[in-house]
Design a protein around this ligand. Structure first.
Ligand SMILES: Cc1ncc(COP(=O)(O)O)c(C=O)c1O
Length: 489
């Protein structure tokens, strides 16, 4: 295979160059039938490849031509047996992974701090989650991944589980020992599914953590659009065959995918793969250089702290991605949320995320030295205006106890519900999600029995000023619970 080739993008351009007379959708027909301002803004090139699965252009639902060739090249580049393109983001790929291995009633081992697409897939599939607590990092008030030890205990207790789901790396770029987790799960013939939304680039440089495919995982849902240079919404699902069949994955992906797949998104995956396969190592070398420089300069600013290697102190933090700048702003005496707003209003800088104690800035091949200089200059300016707070009164970030799951999340989702006062909800089954961020761990998910300890935990967090989110009633006085069946007289 030749990684310089882009069968899908090249095929689309060839088709466009033949100027076929189009009696098919999309009705804008190369932009001619659309709003003029938008047409001019988008440009003729982009609109000319906004096409549909007419015969010469293959079909994502049954790829046999140029899409299949593009997917095969991607599989080689990512070290997978099969790669499937997703035009529904990593959320679509995650739902496919879970629904490929779980049937109603099946168990799946998952960390408690998962993305909503994972909970959605658990509801769709009718699976029963077996939750593992992620490790909390009190220094930064963030949650990391799950340890090999915790996975071992969960597999011993639930050898009939149909999957272990791992977030690798986390949003903050931290990884546990994925290779060891894979070995443990495979001892029980349990496939390992990886949420690799924040890790498409890690496959391409030895200083970065092992990718899911390098660690031997079975499936990985990978956001090419987040850090790999393709357009927003385009992702891949990588498969190492053995415990999961590619036919099953293809048919579930097809069930969950629009029949009007965007060829602009697909072409961007084809070309991002070429760029990563050919230039990925050099791109990451330069990105790491910029991130190292940024970290060093940020750490010279009083009251600002951007951790490096020293963040790795436990089994849940075995490796990290230095291109993620976790910037602790605790000592500025400001919250991360306020720093985010200050940077926007004073320097037109937009960060990736902020929470109580931190902002997260990501460095990618799209950055230049001047961008890093601006970030450092802005934070220096902010630090000069603040009085450094040495004695930081940190709000302790605790983990809520995991309640007993009484109904599968799907049964709870479809059950009839009623709204009652939270203080009177002990013993009832929650029909809603309630979570605190940070650390982003749910207190209740639908189907779990509400305990007085967890209600106390909610109140403690509200009093500490931490945002408790989720329920329809955002004052948190009321909660939706499963309606109790009355016995017939
Ligand atoms: C950890 C994690 N998983 C999955 C997703 C879903 O990815 P996408 O937005 O591509 O659907 C996200 C998105 O932010 C995420 O942060």
């Amino acid at each position: 295979m030749n990684q310089h080739e882009t069968p899908l993008f090249t095929g689309l351009k060839k088709h466009r160059d033949q100027t076929p007379i189009q009696f098919h959708i999309p009705g804008h027909k190369g932009g001619k039938g659309m709003d003029e301002e938008f047409r001019e803004f988008m440009g003729e090139n982009a609109l000319s490849i906004d096409l549909i699965n007419i015969e010469p252009l293959d079909d994502l639902h049954h790829p046999q031509g140029m899409i299949k060739e593009a997917q095969d090249l991607a599989a080689e580049a990512f070290g997978a047996d099969y790669t499937f393109f997703s035009v529904q983001g990593t959320s679509g790929a995650i739902m496919t992974m879970i629904m490929s291995v779980c049937q109603p009633g099946d168990k799946i081992i998952v960390p408690r701090n998962v993305h909503k697409s994972i909970t959605t897939a658990i509801i769709f599939s009718g699976a029963k989650p077996v939750f593992i607590h992620p490790e909390l990092d009190e220094r930064f008030g963030i949650s990391h991944g799950i340890t090999s030890h915790a996975v071992k205990k969960a597999c011993e207790a639930h050898p009939d589980a149909k999957g272990v789901l791992v977030i690798n790396p986390t949003y903050f770029g931290i990884t546990a020992d994925l290779q060891e987790i894979v070995e443990i799960a495979h001892n029980y013939d349990i496939p390992v599914l990886v949420d690799e939304a924040h890790g498409v680039h890690i496959h391409f440089h030895e200083r970065l953590p092992l990718s899911a495919m390098q660690a031997g995982a079975d499936l990985a849902a990978t956001s090419v659009h987040k850090l790999g240079g393709s357009l927003t919404q385009s992702s891949v699902l990588n498969l190492r065959e053995g415990l999961v069949s590619h036919e099953r994955v293809q048919s579930i992906l097809s069930m969950l995918t629009t029949t009007s797949t965007s060829y602009i998104l697909l072409a961007s995956l084809d070309t991002a793969r070429r760029h990563l396969a050919i230039n990925g190592h050099a791109l990451m070398e330069e990105t790491l250089r910029l991130a190292d420089l940024a970290r060093q300069q940020l750490n010279e600013i009083p009251s600002i702290y951007c951790p490096g290697n020293e963040i790795l102190t436990s089994d849940a933090t075995v490796d990290y991605d230095p291109t993620k700048l976790i910037i602790s702003v605790k000592k500025l005496g400001m919250s991360g949320y306020d720093v985010e707003v200050w940077l926007r209003e004073n320097y037109h800088i937009e960060v990736e995320l902020s929470d109580l104690y931190n902002i997260l800035c990501i460095v990618t091949p799209g950055d230049r030295g001047s961008d890093i200089e601006k970030l450092v200059e802005a934070l220096k300016c902010l630090a000069d205006q603040c009085v450094s707070v040495d004695d930081v009164t940190s709000i302790p970030v605790k983990v809520p106890a995991i309640p007993v799951l009484s109904l599968s999340p799907r049964d709870a989702f479809y059950a009839s519900t009623e709204t009652i006062l939270l203080k009177e909800a002990v013993g009832r089954i929650s029909a809603e999600f309630v979570m605190v961020y940070p650390p982003g761990i749910p207190i209740f998910i639908p189907g779990e029995i509400i305990t007085s300890d967890n209600i106390d935990y909610i109140h403690e967090n509200i009093e500490a000023g931490l945002p408790v989110q989720g329920p329809e009633d955002d004052t948190l006085e009321k909660i939706q619970v499963i309606r109790e069946q009355k016995a017939f007289k």
